[in-house]
Each structure stands twice: as structure tokens, then as C-alpha cells.
Design a protein around this ligand. Sequence first.
Ligand SMILES: CC(C)(COP(=O)(O)OP(=O)(O)OC[C@H]1O[C@@H](n2cnc3c(N)ncnc32)[C@H](O)[C@@H]1OP(=O)(O)O)[C@@H](O)C(=O)NCCC(=O)NCCS
Length: 195
Amino acid sequence: MTTRHIEGPVALSGRSVLLREFTLADLDGVRGLVGDDRVTHFLSFTARSEEQSRELLRTIVEEARRRPRTEYYLAVTPQEQVDPTGSDKVVGITRLQRTHPHSGRLVYAIAHAYQGRGYARDAVRTVLDFAFGQLGLHRVTAAVGPDNRAGLALVERVGFTREGVLRDHVHTNGAWRDSVLYSMLAPEWRTAREA
Ligand SMILES: CC(C)(COP(=O)(O)OP(=O)(O)OC[C@H]1O[C@@H](n2cnc3c(N)ncnc32)[C@H](O)[C@@H]1OP(=O)(O)O)[C@@H](O)C(=O)NCCC(=O)NCCS
């Protein structure tokens, strides 16, 4: 079974979004995601300050240079012009963490103002193409809070399979929270991507 590592910067093209590496110039975009309670409430941390967001961005950029690379944080940018600052605006993030040579864990988020436009669906599909294609992974998982209607709808829509409940999986917003574990396997993706 062949798995691969990608040496150069990653740039992926979906139907409505482009996924690219973060740069230190993306602080506003990162803040729009990890600095907003409406987004982080469903992730496993509370909203980050400007300084914390800057630190996270530094980590993201450093992780992208590490070899062998295990972290693929990618900036989601729309292909269409969404505002006067240009189409390269960061409206979301995907994080594919290679947890094992053959497996990865996926996290995704779209800034509140840009939700409901199909960006997450396109971004997740594009990352799965990358994970099962270029990286040669066999299994990708996503863990979603049981009350996260949008997060659950997305993985179901893309064709992930529900595996079960991870009890008290994360400590977030002051309490332990279960997660619903979903997975996609490489042969399933070859079928699901056509749907
Ligand atoms: C989950 C999230 C990424 C969805 O982003 P989005 O860009 O609005 O999603 P999309 O527009 O691509 O919608 C994808 C599907 O989910 C459905 N969906 C989206 N929001 C929904 C909601 N609140 N309730 C029910 N279904 C919803 C859409 O109808 C769509 O299905 P369709 O293709 O059949 O129409 C976004 O709400 C978010 O960032 N939430 C906070 C972070 C998070 O929860 N991440 C997931 C855990 S890792």
C-alpha cells in the first residue's frame, strides 16, 4: 500500500473554492474564524484573542514546513469575488492531520458571514480528493459535536459513515462533550465523490 508525502506547498482547486497554504499575512482571515465564538463554539476551544490568533498562525506556517509533514492546515478562499478586498480572502479553514501513515483526521470551519454558500462542502470534498489521491491515505475521520447540526449535516452530505459516539471526547466551553465519530475510506470516496 503506497502512501506519499508532499514536499512543496499545497494548492488545491475545488468547484467554488481554492485551498492554499496560509501565510503570515492571513491574520484577519484567521481571526474571523478562531476569534469568533459562533464558529469556535462548535470546535474544541473558546475564541482566541488577536495575540493567540497570531501565535496560531505562526504555528500553522511552521507546521507546513516540517518534514515529514503531518499537519495540512489550508486556507479556504472563494473563487468568486466576495468583497472589495478580493477573491483571495480567507473565508474558512480545513485541517487534515496525518495521525498515521494511512489515516488522517479532518477539521473544517467557515467564517460566520460566509456560511450557507456551499463553501464547506466544496472544501471538504477537495481535501478528501487530496487525502485519498495525492497523499494515498486509506481512512479519514471527523469528530463532530452531537448538537452541531451544520457540522453533522456536512459530513452526512459528503458521504461519511457514522461510526459511533466518543464519550466525553473534548473538554470545551467549560464541560466535557461527546463527539460523533465519522469516517470515510478510500474506496468509499471513489464512489461518494461522483454523487
Ligand atoms: C459546519 C460548517 C463548516 C458548514 O459550513 P457551510 O459553508 O455553511 O456549509 P455548506 O454551505 O457547504 O453546507 C453543507 C451542507 O450542510 C447543510 N447545512 C449547513 N448548515 C446547516 C444547518 N445549520 N442545519 C442543517 N444543515 C445545514 C447544507 O444544507 C448543505 O447540504 P446541501 O448540500 O444538501 O444543501 C460551518 O457551519 C461552521 O464553520 N461551523 C463551525 C465549525 C464546525 O462546526 N466545524 C465542524 C466540526 S470539525
